[in-house]
Every structure is written in C-alpha cells, then in structure tokens.
Design a protein around this ligand. Structure first.
Ligand code: PNW
Length: 491
C-alpha cells in the first residue's frame, strides 16, 4: 500500500502534520491589553526582574497581539499543515475564574484561529503553557487541590468558544517544568523553591486537573465537536551510561522522575505515580522525620479518573543524557526530586552544543525516546509538539547548526514511522524567536529571526526556514538542499 511504500522510500506520509509551535507569554505581548488579568510571569518579571538574564519580560515580546496576521503569513510561507500555540488563561478569564470572560481576549483568539483556517492551517491549541492567573497563584496555584476544578472551568469555556473550529487540544505543556522548576526549584515562575514537597503535590494536582479537563471534553464536547484531547510531556532520552544493571536502573529512575511522574498516572495500565519513586520517597521521608511521605498517593477514584485520560501523547523532545548510578552526581538540595533519585548524568563532549546549556544534538534520541514510550504504553498516538535548537543572536541568517539538528531529528522521525510508531505530526520549536523564559531574549529558537528592537518586531526567515519549507513541500529530507534566495515566497 501507499503507506508501506512511502515508508520504504523514507517519505513523510501526505497526512503527516508538519507545523511549528509557540506559547502565549513568549510571543503575544499585550500583557495588559484590554481587560487581560495579571499572570505569574507578569508578576515575577515586574517585581523581580533580576531573575531574567537580560532583565527583560514578555510585556511586548513579538507583539503577536498586533501582528497575528503576519504570523499566519509566515505559516503560509513555510507551507505548514498545522500550528501549535497556547491560550493565555488570564487573557480569557482575567481573574482565572469563569464568572468573567473577556470579550476582547476571546475576539483575539477567534481572529487568530479564523486567519489560520482561511489558509487550511490546523490549529493545535495548548490550554496551559505556564502563565497562571496571578489570583490563582495567590490561592496556592498547583499546591491547592482546587486547581483541578478551576482548570476544568477554564477548559469548558475554551471548548465552548473555540471547539467548533479547534479539533486538537493539549491541556498542559510540560508538567515537569511547571512542577519541578516552578514549585520545587527557582527556574520558572512562581519560583517557589519548596524543594521537598512542591514538585510532588503539584504533580498530583496537575494530573487531576488534566484528567478533569479531558473528561469534560470527552463527555460534553467531543460527541458534537469531534476533536481529540491530550497532554504534552517533555521527554528527553535518558539511557544508561554503561550496560551494568545499576546504570540501567539509574536510567529508569531518571525517566520516572523526569516524565514518569506525569505519564504513568495517565498512560500506564496500573495508574498512579511510578512505584519505584513512591517507594524511595516514602522511605526517605520517614528517615527525614516527615509524618507522611512527601509524595502523595492517588485514591482509587483519582487513579481511575486519570488512567487513560488522553487521546494522544504529546512529546516535547530536545536532547538526551547518559545516566549513571555512581558517577557525575550533582549536589542537589536535600530533600528534593533529584536528591530523592540520586543518579548522575553525563553528555559526551562530542555532541554539538546549542546556546542553551542543557541542549545538545544527541544521536537517535527521538527514535530512542519514542520507541521506548511506544513499547511501554502499548502504542499510543503520538505528536511531537516541540523540537528545536537555540543559537545566539549573532548568527543571524546562517543557522547551519539548526539545519543539521532538524535534519537529524527528522531522520529519527522517519525511523520511528518505519518501525510502526503511531506518530502523526511534528511541530518545530519555534516559528520565530521569542521570550525564552529565564534566558530572556538571549537564546533564539526561531526559524524566523525577530528584531525585538524594531517597532514592528520585524520577522525575517533564517536559512532553516527555507530548509524546513522544502521538507514540508517535498515530504523528503534532501541532505544537500540549499536555498537559492533569502527572499521568502508563498507557494
Ligand atoms: C520547552 N530540558 O521547555 C518549552 O515548552 C518552551 O516554552 C521553551 O521555550 C522551549 O522548550 C525551549 O527551552 C524546555 O531541560 C525546558 O530539556 C527544558 C528542557 C526542555 C524543554
């Protein structure tokens, strides 16, 4: 059949969705436009600018709030099948709660979505990409179990407003970054640094929030709207440094800590948190004098609510680490998630290094990660919802490292398709340069460069934009393709 032969030819199927991804706070600007409410990134960057490398913020960013038509023009230039973006919760619900819906906020997203649909670009919408309404943070954010109901209420509003046109929903982007970096550490808002219990309590409540929003869709919207609803988890490949049993187990613990905390409750047969992590944390908590384990348990009812609550597995994938039971350990704060698992990680110096310290080009890492998840969770539907490479601004047009990275990644995607992984799409991070969280505007992930100094926030295609466009058009990876012009066009 067509599929079998196309696999043989190392072609991407015609219905494979090629896209790019962004997130609201990183691109939109309009931080107080109309009646938008304050969120945790507004609050943190305004009151504590020193936590951002260049003391910048997302007040204006790429000003997509005013430039959305240019964004869609870029999608058309690239020939995208799909575009993944996120909704700003406090732009739609200024106080976080559903008693007041902002008409201006809803209008903005209606216009953005309609503009995409005019050109047959499939919107893939993330409900939460890290910008919690400040009011809900004041009430404890993800440490307050009520977050599950607040999130469900918000989800119902957006399904109702946009679900006639949006058929791909992602509840949460990267729970590990929300819970570990935001609550268990100081590397994302709200920089709570509750190292002992923050990550674990957030994890449980986030999973339940996801599950409630999923069931709301499945029960009350899917029957008439007919879309799918899933979650995106960051899955970097974590393999053993050596073939010893100790290192293999260390790698398994690292995988459970990085993404199993969120994937097991949703995608495993048994449900609940990963068994080994729960055992380790319970034992250490007792030794440390806590009256209860620092990691909570799911009641039977909660376990059932979360189990199977996703139509697909969204994967954000960037890199890999090699994991050791005894070597390369870091001095983690005790107690904390990574002190609990107590393993070391290593990356070979010969792997190309991006501008972001954590990002290297690791061979076959998409194939390793996806085939592992495919086997572990009984072949779910996958989307790669982010994958990309950072550079410093200085490189401007010639982004050959990014091109090398994308070609390697896309070859790994073809290997997955060849081996029967049910992967339906690939979103490059990112359509354009944007506010890279704690790194501000110093690290650039865009296929398009953004001139943040200019009034218009001018977007200019890098070489990688032309290369990606040609992959999407031809459905093959030509390792020698060189663009003939720096001037973009629409086919
Ligand atoms: C993602 N890691 O975060 C986010 O979803 C984006 O908002 C962000 O801009 C992008 O990747 C680039 O950083 C990640 O440690 C954070 O491997 C950390 C990792 C991966 C992704």
């Amino acid at each position: 059949t067509c599929q079998a032969s196309s696999r043989h030819e190392r072609r991407f199927p015609d219905d494979f969705l090629f896209g790019t991804a962004t997130a609201s706070y990183q691109i939109e600007g309009g931080w107080n436009a109309d009646d938008k409410g304050e969120n945790i990134w507004d609050r943190m960057t305004h009151t504590n600018p020193d936590v951002i490398k260049d003391r910048s913020n997302g007040d204006v960013a790429a000003d997509t709030y005013n430039n959305y038509k240019r964004d869609v023009e870029m999608m058309r230039e690239l020939g995208l099948d799909a575009y993944r973006f996120s909704l700003s919760w406090s732009r739609i619900l200024p106080n976080g709660l559903s008693n007041k819906v902002s008409e201006a906020g809803v209008n903005f997203y209606n216009n953005y979505i309609d503009e995409m649909l005019k050109y047959n670009i499939t919107p893939m919408v993330t409900l939460y990409h890290w910008d919690l309404p400040q009011k809900l943070q004041d009430l404890g954010g993800f440490i307050n179990p009520n977050i599950a109901d607040w999130f469900e209420d918000y989800a119902r509003v957006v399904y109702e407003k946009f679900g006639d046109r949006v058929k791909h929903w992602i509840t949460f982007n990267e729970p590990r970054e929300v819970c570990y970096q935001g609550y268990g550490d100081v590397t994302k808002a709200p920089i709570l640094n509750a190292t002992d219990v923050g990550t674990y309590h957030c994890a449980k409540h986030l999973v339940l929030a996801h599950a409630k929003a999923y069931h709301a869709y499945a029960n009350d919207f899917k029957p008439t709207q007919g879309g799918v609803c899933g979650i995106t988890i960051s899955v970097n490949w974590m393999g053993p440094l050596t073939d010893t049993e100790e290192d293999k187990f260390a790698a398994e613990l690292k995988r459970q800590a990085d993404w199993g905390l969120w994937a097991e409750p949703i995608f495993s047969e048994e449900g609940g948190f990963p068994k080994e992590i729960s055992e380790i944390v319970a034992r250490k908590s007792a030794e440390q004098g806590y009256s209860q384990s620092r990691i909570p348990v799911f009641t039977d009812q909660e376990r059932e609510l979360a189990r199977g609550s996703s139509d697909f597995f969204g994967v954000n994938h960037y890199t890999a680490n090699l994991v050791s039971a005894s070597e390369y350990k870091f001095n983690w704060v005790i107690p904390s998630l990574y002190a609990d698992i107590d393993v070391g990680t290593y990356t070979p110096p010969e792997w190309d290094q991006a501008a972001s310290v954590w990002l290297k080009l690791a061979p076959n890492s998409i194939y390793n990660a996806l085939t592992h998840l495919h086997n572990k969770y009984n072949g779910p539907v996958f989307y790669i919802t982010e994958n990309g490479w950072s550079q410093l601004l200085e490189d401007r047009y010639e982004d050959d490292h990014r091109i090398k990275y994308y070609r390697a990644a896309l070859n790994s995607v073809l290997d997955c398709l060849h081996d029967g992984v049910d992967l339906r799409g690939y979103m490059a991070w990112s359509l354009m340069d944007n506010f890279e969280w704690m790194e501000g505007y110093t690290e650039r992930f865009g296929l398009y460069e953004v001139d943040f100094e200019s009034e218009q926030k001018t977007r200019t295609p890098r070489k990688s934009a032309f290369v990606y466009k040609e992959v999407i058009r031809s459905r093959v990876i030509d390792p020698d393709y060189e663009p003939e012009t720096r001037t973009m066009w629409i086919d």
